[in-house]
Ligand binder design. Structure first.
Ligand SMILES: [Cu+2]
Length: 143
């Protein structure tokens, strides 16, 4: 049985190696970690920083909403929206940006926009898609 308080030979060095490995791999914002970026599920909804003030917004549209329905970006952010539907044909429109396209379960929609002005931009589905259509609203907040 091991004595309490007595480290086995080599244990300290092993711990130091582990610590430095953790420091080397775990530092910095995950968005700028190429390994984390490569490992990201491309279909997982969310907002991801992909470069200096550059973002990818992966949005899932479904009858009744968008996921995410609220997105935040700093002023000047260049945002690539990649939007897919999991059920029907939907629209994706962000007021004041010129972004307006149709999506369906097979073909995702893509658009890039640089948000030069702070404010709240309404996001909505502009194609009638059924009973959940009026709830398909969201907000892009630029601050
Ligand atoms: Cu709709």
């Amino acid at each position: 049985m091991r004595q309490p308080g007595r480290a086995r030979p080599g244990q300290g060095r092993w711990a130091a190696g582990l610590l430095s490995a953790a420091l080397l791999s775990g530092c910095g914002p995950p968005a700028e970690d190429p390994a984390a970026e490569a490992a990201r599920d491309p279909n997982a909804p969310g907002v991801f920083e992909v470069g200096p003030n550059r973002y990818e917004a992966v949005v899932v549209a479904f009858e009744g909403g968008f996921d995410p329905s609220e997105m935040r970006f700093p002023v000047g952010a260049e945002v690539s929206f990649r939007v897919r539907s999991v059920d029907l044909v939907h629209g994706f429109l962000i007021e004041g940006t010129g972004i307006e396209f149709e999506i369906d379960p097979i073909e995702p929609g893509l658009a890039t926009h640089t948000f030069e002005e702070a404010g709240e931009y309404d996001l909505l589905c502009h194609i009638y898609c059924g009973g959940g259509h009026p709830a398909m609203l969201g907000t892009v907040i630029v601050e």
